[in-house]
Design a binder for this molecule. Structure first.
Ligand code: PLP
Length: 461
């Protein structure tokens, strides 16, 4: 066997060992940065074999790995990487294709085209919408809002790509008060500044208040406007009312963007599709592959109902590209912020192909059912309160007061049994349970609830 073949076989086998053990090892590791730095932290003069490199890396990093591919990691909103998607991503690295355009990688281009079409169908988005495979929700929100910026300024005769924002007509950006922080980052990067955001009030679940949306839109200057709505609040999982909000925004000539990093996948499940009614009326949508779809990091998608605006915002040309265009198929790099890029379409295609329509619906519904089970079991315990309506995969739990809630969360995190994060919801500290992993079973819920109740009843933390 060649050294390279042996190296890859060895590495694949280490990955398989890790994945098999992830359900039984502590969900959160003991971390020792000092030791890690001391062991592998100094840049060496000499070369070593590739095999020795892999073994050094694994030796130091594997004990520090967080078990988010395992079934009892409920922190943040983190998926767990399906088998086919993991293998396809390994192929993407092995093949090392540049997915910028069709000439550089016809295979990457065609797979992205197919997978993007499948996602539009699954999520009920307009079939003529353009799409870009971005690095995640942040990238997808930025691409979408860049397209929005082009569109609303182009309508008033301003070429923002050429002339920038100095001296441009003012653009209003109306946002849900409960938006994800990456919307603000996108506004900063795009030169609007996050202070431009005019927040709209939300209800107790974090969904937009429709009458306040109307009030905010009517009170200000008329002119270019972008409205940012949300499908799936990162704490509660709440959805804005698209049936009412989008037409109101459109009456004000606004571009409507929907951040649905995980929530948009609710549309792929018949039981939760109602939450996304009317969402297809928006102008752009951002979602993630690496959350509910369980594609490995880094993977998100930006969709746009106005392909010309999308391309105007993110494509470029250069003399060495002229005469190289392939019109038969879309150029993946025209729809994202990166130029040279990894072929991240393979993993998405593989996830969708592995699961099929039914499997995707079952994955989403399975996460919802697990979330409901958490909520039911915890709500039945004295002194424990579930703060949100569990409409999708998010559960917020409070244990009496702020102090006690933080203590329980810390104790659970230290237990190694499962891992949940902390948040503050409408002024109250809460444990945030996010169910987004295909591997989680009812037995994992029961075991995790036991760990939580043990933490609650322990006298000393
Ligand atoms: C996670 C999330 C994002 C950011 O996505 P990344 O993939 O972390 O960049 C944006 N919006 C919402 C609602 C999210 O849940």
């Amino acid at each position: 066997m060649s050294d390279f073949r042996e190296l890859l076989t060895h590495s694949a086998s280490l990955i398989a060992d890790y994945r098999e053990a992830v359900a039984v090892r502590p969900v959160y590791p003991e971390v020792d940065f000092v030791d890690a730095r001391a062991t592998i932290g100094s840049l060496q003069n000499d070369s070593i074999s590739a095999r020795a490199v892999v073994d050094e890396l694994v030796g130091v990093v594997e004990p520090m790995l967080v078990g988010n591919t395992g079934p009892r990691y409920f922190g943040f909103v983190v998926g767990g990487a399906l088998d086919a998607a993991t293998a396809a991503d390994m192929l993407a690295v092995g093949w090392d294709q540049n997915a910028f355009n069709t000439v550089m990688s016809p295979g990457a281009a065609v797979i992205e085209e197919i997978a993007g079409g499948w996602i539009k169908e699954l999520l009920g988005l307009p079939l003529q919408a353009s799409f870009g495979f971005a690095t995640g929700g942040q990238g997808a929100n930025t691409v979408s809002l860049a397209a929005a910026r082009h569109f609303v300024l182009n309508k008033v005769g301003w070429d923002v790509e050429k002339d920038g924002l100095f001296g441009a007509p003012r653009v209003r950006v109306v946002v849900t008060g409960e938006r994800h922080a990456t919307i603000d980052t996108a506004l900063s990067i795009l030169g609007f500044g996050s202070n431009v955001a005019e927040p709209v009030l939300v209800n107790s679940q974090g969904a937009i208040d429709i009458s306040d949306l109307t009030r905010v839109l009517e009170r200000g200057m008329q002119g270019p406007v972008i409205v940012c709505l949300q499908a799936g609040n990162v704490n509660t999982g709440a959805f804005d009312d698209f049936v009412r909000a989008i037409p109101i925004a459109h009456q004000h000539n606004a571009w409507v963007h929907v951040d649905g990093a995980f929530g948009l996948w609710g549309a792929a499940n018949p039981a939760t599709r109602y939450l996304l009614e009317g969402v297809e009326q928006a102008d752009s949508w951002a979602t993630d592959g690496h959350k509910l779809l369980n594609v490995p990091y880094d993977c998100g998608y930006a969709f746009c109902a106005h392909p010309d605006a999308h391309r105007a915002a993110t494509s470029y040309s250069a003399p060495y590209l002229k005469g190289q265009e392939e019109d038969e198929i879309r150029a993946p790099g025209d729809y994202v912020l990166e130029s040279s890029r990894r072929a991240r379409g393979f993993a998405t295609w593989a996830a969708l192909r592995q699961l099929g329509r039914t499997g995707i619906a079952e994955l989403v519904e399975g996460c919802c059912a697990i979330a409901r089970r958490f909520a039911e079991q915890l709500a039945s315990v004295e002194g424990v309160t579930v703060l949100n309506d569990v409409v999708l995969n998010q559960v917020l739990v409070r244990f009496g007061d702020d102090l006690q809630t933080d203590r329980v969360i810390r104790a659970v995190q230290r237990s190694g049994e499962c891992w949940m994060g902390a948040t503050t919801w409408q002024g109250k500290r809460a444990m945030r349970i996010s169910v987004s992993n295909w591997r989680t079973t009812e037995a994992d819920v029961d075991r995790s609830v036991t760990a939580i109740l043990d933490a609650l009843s322990a006298k000393e933390f």
